[in-house]
Design a protein around this ligand. Structure first.
Ligand SMILES: Cc1cc2nc3c(=O)[nH]c(=O)nc-3n(C[C@H](O)[C@H](O)[C@H](O)COP(=O)(O)O)c2cc1C
Length: 183
């Protein structure tokens, strides 16, 4: 693993401005900072579509996000669920992060290998069961350790207002995950 620190990196899988999952990440950030934890938002929206033809030299936007990930020993992914799956943009980012840092590098020489990961979804009735199952498999495949996976089914009031806090239990879910993380 590279450049390990005690920083927790928060990564939002949605591109939507008022994303429910981004709202969860913002709340988690506040809660973690209140406990004295160092937190970074990992921004990735300018990462290009992956192609093996474009891996080296590493595109600047990819290098930037890899550096941010390598500055954190824990990554907390807040992911929407699209058709039971990982949204395309987020999967594209994870494909980039799964690749070696240098040509010919082995599987462990990536930005994500060996890092701990937490998964959270705000979504429909199944609370993101499908996306979290898929993310969990993918993260393990990339050499990460999933330490927590939780989701919340948004209330009609949240869907109607675009406000995640109108769903009961949001803060309690994040508190539980933070307890798991910090022991
Ligand atoms: C293409 C597409 C597919 C979706 N599929 C699902 C789904 O399988 N399960 C679910 O709970 N919500 C699904 N939704 C609804 C999302 O949960 C909803 O759009 C949510 O706002 C996405 O998260 P965000 O607000 O963080 O962007 C889907 C939305 C889109 C645009």
């Amino acid at each position: 693993m590279n450049n390990e620190t005690d920083t927790i990196g928060l990564l939002v899988g949605s591109r939507r401005k008022n994303s429910f999952n981004r709202q969860l990440a913002s709340l988690a950030r506040t809660m973690l900072e209140e406990k004295g934890q160092k937190v970074e938002m990992i921004e990735w929206l300018d990462v290009p579509f992956f192609s093996q033809d474009d891996e080296f030299p590493t595109p600047e936007a990819v290098q930037k996000v890899r550096d941010e990930v390598m500055g954190c020993n824990v990554i907390w992914i807040f992911s929407p669920e699209y058709n039971g799956q990982i949204p395309g943009g987020e999967k594209n980012l994870l494909d980039w992060l799964s690749r070696g840092l240098k040509p010919g590098a082995d599987k462990s020489d990536t930005a994500v290998y060996g890092r701990k990961v937490l998964l959270t979804t705000a979504g429909g009735r199944a609370a993101g069961f499908g996306v979290r199952k898929n993310l969990s498999l993918l993260c393990k495949f990339m050499g990460m350790t999933v330490i927590s996976s939780e989701g919340i089914a948004l209330s009609p009031e949240s869907w109607g207002s675009d406000d995640v806090m109108k769903t009961p239990g949001v803060k309690e879910m994040l508190e539980g995950q933070i307890d798991t993380l910090l022991g």
